[in-house]
Write a protein that binds this ligand. Structure first.
Ligand code: NAI
Length: 320
């Protein structure tokens, strides 16, 4: 929209996720500046953005009203943090997932920022209080998490997560900003380990692990349960609306009919598997996964997935 033109967004870290955010903001007409500690990363980012935006344009999959060259012209680069934060309405932090690294970045930002800039972390694992609890001005510092899913260009969900001292105004501003990009934000009422996405994702991984470890299904078959079954419904609807449609009288009827069964099955899950231990279970899962997709074909498989996510994103727009 024309109102977003001139508003400046600062992006800290120009890796995979930093570049994805730069593309989303530029597509919506924002002025973007990217910062990185490594000059070589900024050079790579510039080249990759040029390549990716032109390739999306060729495929007819470029987001927004502007041409690829116009979007590229909105994206600038700097190695000065002071310059990055100047006049920025929003800073999106995309540095590697290491707590100490993020903490030292946040204390640097604490000294540079006025109260008008929201700082959002892309973190997928750290609760926002972990970075901001030690900050001098944590009450004024408008810090929260805005967690995307990879690849953000085709997966619209953003989880917005507050620290206990994040203001309602900062949360709402961020929610509206994400909407202005065409993303679909959800705002958690308070922070919780794993946010919502990973809590649900890990519940699935735990059960899938148990089914393979106990020899009930192979890796290929357990993944089929999602990719050829549940996942097709979940690509369109969430699990509660799915339940709502699955009983004649809606969701209340669904749980009246199946609630006892859900509890009985759930009581048989057993302890959480130790997925970190490099035991026989992990070796077996790794072997089977590598038979499906050899390690040297992972990049190609990712590219294929992303290409089809473009089609899925279009279908979902029609569905909605
Ligand atoms: P990446 O490793 O691709 O990029 C990180 C960038 O940060 C590099 O360019 C690096 O040079 C730069 N950097 C390191 N220290 C810095 C500092 N002090 N100041 C400025 N820049 C610095 O990492 P990626 O995958 O882009 O992840 C970034 C964040 O996004 C992480 O918190 C990660 O958990 C989160 N995330 C990643 C997803 C993924 O699938 N890769 C999905 C969702 C969130």
């Amino acid at each position: 929209s024309s109102s977003s033109v001139q508003k400046k967004i600062g992006i800290v870290g120009s890796g995979l996720i930093g570049r994805a955010w730069a593309m989303l903001f530029a597509a919506a007409g924002y002025t973007v500046q990217m910062y990185d500690i490594l000059e070589s990363q900024l050079v790579t980012a510039q080249q990759e953005l040029d390549k990716e935006l032109h390739s999306l344009e060729k495929k007819g999959a470029l987001r927004g009203q502007l041409k690829a060259s116009e979007q590229l012209a909105l994206i600038g680069f700097t190695q000065q943090l002071e310059e990055l934060v100047r006049d920025a309405v929003h800073i999106q932090e995309c540095v590697p997932e290491q707590l100490q690294l993020k903490k030292s970045l946040y204390s640097q930002l604490d000294g540079l920022l006025g109260g008008d800039t929201v700082v959002a972390s892309s973190t997928s694992t750290f609760m926002p209080s972990l970075y901001s609890e030690g900050l001098q001005r944590r009450q004024q510092f408008q810090m929260l998490v805005a967690h995307p899913l990879n690849p953000p260009y085709f997966i619209p969900l953003v989880e917005i997560v507050p620290a206990p001292w994040t203001t309602a105004e900062a949360l709402e501003r961020t929610r509206l900003l994400m909407l202005s990009l065409g993303q679909r934000p959800v705002t958690l009422k308070r922070e919780i380990e794993g946010f919502a996405t990973n809590r649900i994702q890990y519940a699935i991984l735990n059960e899938v692990w148990r089914l393979v470890e106990s020899g009930i299904l192979s890796v290929a078959d357990v993944d089929r349960v999602l990719s050829q079954g549940l996942g097709l419904r979940y690509a369109l609807l969430g699990s509660l609306e799915t339940a709502h449609l699955n009983a004649p009288g809606g969701v209340a009827d669904y749980f009246k009919r199946f609630g006892a069964e859900i509890s009985a099955v759930s009581a048989t899950y057993g302890p959480t598997p130790d997925t970190q231990a490099e035991g026989a279970a992990l070796a077996d899962i790794a072997r089977q996964c590598e038979e499906l997709v050899p390690l040297e074909q992972l990049d190609q498989r990712r590219a294929t997935r992303d290409a089809f996510l473009i089609h899925l994103a279009r279908l979902k727009k029609q569905f909605e």
